[in-house]
Write a protein that binds this ligand. Structure first.
Ligand code: ZN
Length: 498
């Protein structure tokens, strides 16, 4: 069997990929799915628990209405039909982070079915079918400590049930075929768009790095032209948007290598490794029968009122893709310029800066220029660079009022990023404002004239353009703080040519 990965172009010339994505989103409700325990991130282990989420005998779950509402809103935003009647189901499996030894989920009666999400890939729309959106509860977290820190070789395994019972929405796509070489990019575009849609609904903070949005990626390959799909694998632990793309690509290459050498793909879960970009084999995949699903006997069926669903639908916010289109028009940007804004992750920042009073052009200049540069240097997201939209708008306001020039504004911004306060405070505290007071500037102008008699003579004799060198000299002695226009007027006045 060969162990060399084939070239990607060669793989997509001979094979067709089919992908599918299962995304779990932790809802931002105040309390857990079936009890009143708080849900906020962090907290001492096992302090946010009660008899219900610990699965103690005799405790009874009660469904969280806010979670049901959030799930219906996600379903509606994804163009799904909402079930008029459905049930929760018990999914039985034993795992230490599951205190009840079963998870309350939904099986053959999901709350939302048969929708779609349109995503843009290289300027083209790709419609991703949504098979189902259902509601379940999260598990706890196992921690393996001592030794290697992995399960094997750890000296102790601990479990924290704070997360057990947090409402979790699972969004499953229909199989996506026909995307060919673009499959990895389509996968990434879908998860990005889904994240933006859910964020726009305000039902989750959808932070992949904190695990409130988690993604499993299914991939299979079949020979080009064949109508029969290949066996799929499910890649877990995909913790960033970039990894979604890398995981699909890596699995396509690996499967092609196996198929090329006459091997067969095993249906299994695989683990993605951020460091190498590879996947390794996990457990062979359980089938639904292994979970022995049955309707949850402790909960009544869900029957959302149609009038309520219609009300939720009418109140949906503008979807991100349409919202971006509108902003692009309002800001007067070309497709290319809008793409730069998107790539920089600056849409919401610019929007908020404009709302705080800056022009779109000025807002874009700061966020894509100086602040993007600083974010790159510091290796952080633009939103975490240390400046807020309000501060950027205030800074630009000082420039527009002639109190700061561009150079001074960049110095002030440095202070903002370092947490020294608001732009106005920093300008005042560091005495960085533009000096336009003629009394203070006349001495500096006279000094520049005295130091450059030849240039002064040229200006006197009518070569007004030569005055620029004198203005430059004054700007230098005032460390850039002089108002250049006032200095120029003063120079001409002192040399008797105004
Ligand atoms: Zn609880």
């Amino acid at each position: 069997m060969t162990t060399t990965l084939p070239a990607y172009d060669d793989v997509v010339a001979r094979y067709e990929p089919v992908i599918g994505l299962e995304t779990h989103v932790e809802l931002g409700t105040n309390t857990k799915m079936f009890c009143a325990c708080p849900t906020d991130f962090g907290g001492e282990p096992n302090t946010r628990v009660c008899p219900v989420c610990l699965g103690l005998p005799g405790s009874l779950p009660v469904a969280n209405k806010a979670a049901i509402e959030a799930t219906i809103r996600i379903g509606l935003a994804l163009n799904c039909s909402i079930a008029s009647w459905c049930r929760f189901a018990r999914k039985n499996y034993f795992y230490p982070d599951m205190p009840k030894n079963f998870q309350i989920s939904q099986y053959d009666e999901p709350l939302c079915v048969d929708g779609y999400l349109d995503v843009e890939v290289n300027g083209d729309l790709v419609r991703i079918g949504i098979e189902r959106v259902h509601l379940e509860e999260d598990t706890g977290k196992s921690l393996h400590v001592g030794g290697s820190g992995r399960i094997h070789g750890a000296t102790e395994s601990l479990v924290d049930y704070n997360r057990a019972g947090i409402p979790l929405v699972e969004i499953v796509t229909k199989p996506v075929d026909g995307t060919g070489a673009l499959a990895p990019e389509v996968a990434r575009a879908y998860v990005t768009e889904l994240r933006d849609v859910i964020r726009s609904l305000g039902v989750s903070d959808v932070r992949m790095e904190e695990g409130s949005l988690r993604c499993d990626v299914n991939t299979s390959l079949h020979p080009a032209g064949s109508t029969e799909w290949g066996t799929r694998t499910e890649t877990k632990n995909v913790n960033s948007l970039r990894s979604v793309e890398r995981a699909v690509r890596s699995e396509m290459l690996r499967q092609a290598m196996v198929l090329d050498s006459g091997g067969r793909i095993v249906q299994e879960t695989r683990h993605f490794h951020e460091d190498t970009g590879d996947t390794t084999s996990g457990r062979s995949k359980e089938t639904a029968t292994d979970y022995r699903y049955f309707p949850e006997p402790d909960l009544v069926p869900l029957a959302p009122d149609t009038a309520w669903v219609a009300e939720l639908k009418a109140a949906l916010p503008e979807l991100p893709r349409l919202h971006r289109r509108r902003l692009q028009q309002d800001w007067g940007l070309s497709d290319h310029d809008m793409q730069s804004v998107l790539n920089a992750g600056a849409v919401e920042l610019i929007e908020a800066t404009v709302a705080a009073g800056a022009t779109p052009a000025a807002a874009r200049k700061w966020w894509l220029g100086e602040l993007s540069r600083r974010a790159n240097e510091a290796g952080v997201e633009l939103a975490d660079v240390g400046a807020t939209p309000t501060q950027v708008a205030e800074l630009q306001g000082l420039v527009d009022a002639g109190k700061l020039n561009d150079k001074l504004a960049r110095v002030v911004l440095e202070g903002v990023v370092a947490g020294e306060g608001s732009p106005t405070e920093i300008m005042t505290n560091r005495n960085l404002g533009v000096v336009s007071d003629t009394g203070a500037l006349t001495a500096a102008v006279d000094e520049a004239i005295a130091a450059n008699p030849d240039i002064a003579e040229k200006v006197r004799s009518g070569k007004v353009a030569a005055a620029g060198a004198l203005v430059g000299a004054v700007m230098k002695t005032t460390r850039g703080q002089a108002d250049a226009k006032t200095v120029r007027e003063l120079v001409l006045e002192r040399l008797g040519v105004s």
